[in-house]
Design a protein around this ligand. Structure first.
Ligand code: NAD
Length: 455
């Protein structure tokens, strides 16, 4: 039985029967039997089904947003934004699937022809995080289904009701129930899924779980993608528009209550503008409304997972013990549910966990630097590498720094941004493989090389 509680007040939402090893095995066999039939349907019919799924999302937006807010504590305005933001991602896949999946004729000479066909991988596992369940789920299942795969979808136990909404909408749109298969449960159900015969494993979640998944998938020799955490830095140069940078970075650090893989997690500020930046940053964060996630004006919501409160408290204690200055917040909010104050530190350095390990909450360190060389060295002093940014009006200066930053996505005068047109990937412990862009459609295919000689 899976118990679903509301992180904003600790109340019980629902109890649901979980899958178990036997049901996972049976459903995986069902998907295996159904996949070839799905792959044999025309791409046009698969595109029409995903178009109907998109329409279903639009029609159900308010119910979907309310469910998401209830189960993960995401402020309702941000839940609506997530569903609205999913639509252009789906549109991108709808627009580019045909051209990306078409067989490429790459050579013709006399009687010899060569072509590359893009076959589906087969049956894939989609094991998903809770923090942006629509985004991280759809980055996988939309292109995977369009490419002709069957998908065994394990939403996070924390976003199970959202996962079941997604399944209902896909089935109602015409995806057969044995081609898109939701599995209910926590890590043990994920582990049972990995015991099945799979042609690909696509995971979004923490580094610790990602490593367990890599170990489980290794002997299967199946395709593996891991989209993991980050400790994403931004550098504010001495010529930056300090107010704009502070407002943008406060939002980048605190949106979704800081629970984004690409949240701004470290800020380096040139010593000439450090104090002005800190003042503008604090003013912006003090303006963020903390409140019930169900209210339209709420900006800071609940922390979805209770254990994360201890991670945040430990980072605060460690930073204070090592000499950081606490400028704002720093503790749990004493009320039912999981709440943590928006927290800002200055005088931080890289001995502190706050500057080294993913916080995944509304907490940020701001470090003073002497210039571009020191900023670049600090930005790269990490085991992660998801995103990184620079604020300056000088494009050449930003490019010179960003070209040497080890991160999958780099930002000039922006942050916490994902585009369906660009690949989403990471260096180091931020992951392996990619989603989004046309590469993120190809990721769900196996290129077959055709050598054709006329007799
Ligand atoms: P998590 O690792 O706790 O869980 C992720 C999923 O793995 C869940 O569905 C969970 O049930 C499952 N799982 C747990 N143990 C398992 C096991 N042994 N075998 C198989 N499956 C198992 O992560 P979370 O708390 O859901 O998500 C937060 C993390 O995700 C953060 O680190 C965040 O940065 C990262 N994230 C990364 C991206 C990205 O695109 N890089 C996007 C969103 C979130």
């Amino acid at each position: 039985m899976l118990t679903i509680t509301n992180p904003a007040d600790g109340s019980l939402i629902r109890e649901l029967p979980s899958d178990d090893a036997a049901s996972v095995a049976a459903r995986a066999l069902g998907a295996r039997a159904a996949q070839a039939r799905w792959a044999a349907t025309s791409l046009d019919s698969r595109l029409a089904i995903i178009r109907r799924f998109r329409a279903g999302l639009v029609d159900a937006t308010e119910v979907l947003a309310q469910t998401l807010t209830q189960e993960v504590g995401k402020p309702i305005a941000q839940a609506r934004n997530e569903i609205a933001g999913l639509l252009p991602r789906i549109d991108f896949f709808l627009e580019h699937a045909a051209a990306t999946l078409v067989t490429e004729q790459v050579f013709e000479d006399g009687g010899m022809r060569e072509a590359i066909a893009h076959e589906p991988l087969g049956v894939i596992a989609n094991i998903s995080a809770w923090n942006y369940p629509y985004f991280v789920g759809a980055n996988v299942f939309v292109p995977a289904l369009l490419a002709g795969n069957a998908v065994l979808y394990k939403p996070s136990e924390i976003a199970t009701l959202t996962g079941l909404h997604i399944a209902r909408l896909l089935h109602a749109a015409g995806v057969p129930e044995d081609v898109f298969v939701p599995l209910v449960g926590g890590g043990e159900v994920g582990a049972a899924l990995l015991a099945q015969k799979l042609d690909g494993v696509f995971f979004t979640g923490s580094v610790a779980t990602g490593m367990k998944i890599a170990a489980a998938v290794g002997p299967k020799l199946a395709k593996l993608q891991l989209e993991l955490g980050g400790k994403d830095p931004t550098y504010v140069c001495d010529d930056a528009d300090v107010k704009n940078a502070a407002e943008s970075l406060a939002d980048g650090a605190m949106y979704n209550t800081g629970q984004s893989c690409c949240s701004v997690e470290r800020i380096y500020v040139h010593e000439r503008v450090h104090d002005a930046f800190v003042e503008a940053f604090l003013r912006t964060v003090q303006g963020f409304r903390i409140g019930p996630p169900t209210e339209d004006a709420t900006y800071i919501g609940a922390i979805a997972r209770a254990p994360q409160l201890e991670v945040l408290a430990a980072q605060v204690a460690d930073a204070i013990a090592k000499g950081a200055t606490l400028r704002l917040g720093g503790k749990r909010i004493a009320q039912p549910g999981n709440w943590f104050e928006p927290t800002v530190f200055t005088e931080v350095d890289h001995r502190m966990e706050l500057m080294r390990e993913e916080s995944f909450g509304p907490i940020i360190g701001i470090q003073k630097v002497s210039g571009d060389v020191e900023a670049l060295a600090l930005m790269n002093d990490t085991r992660y590498g998801l995103t990184a940014g620079v604020f300056t009006p000088d494009e050449a200066r930003a490019r010179a720094i960003l070209a040497h930053v080890n991160a999958g996505s780099v930002y000039w005068n922006c942050c916490d941004r994902v585009s369906p047109r660009l690949p989403w990937s990471g260096y180091g412990d931020s992951g392996v493989g990619l989603t989004l862009s046309t590469y993120g459609i190809q990721a769900f295919t196996r290129p077959k090389a055709w050598h054709l000689r006329r007799a």
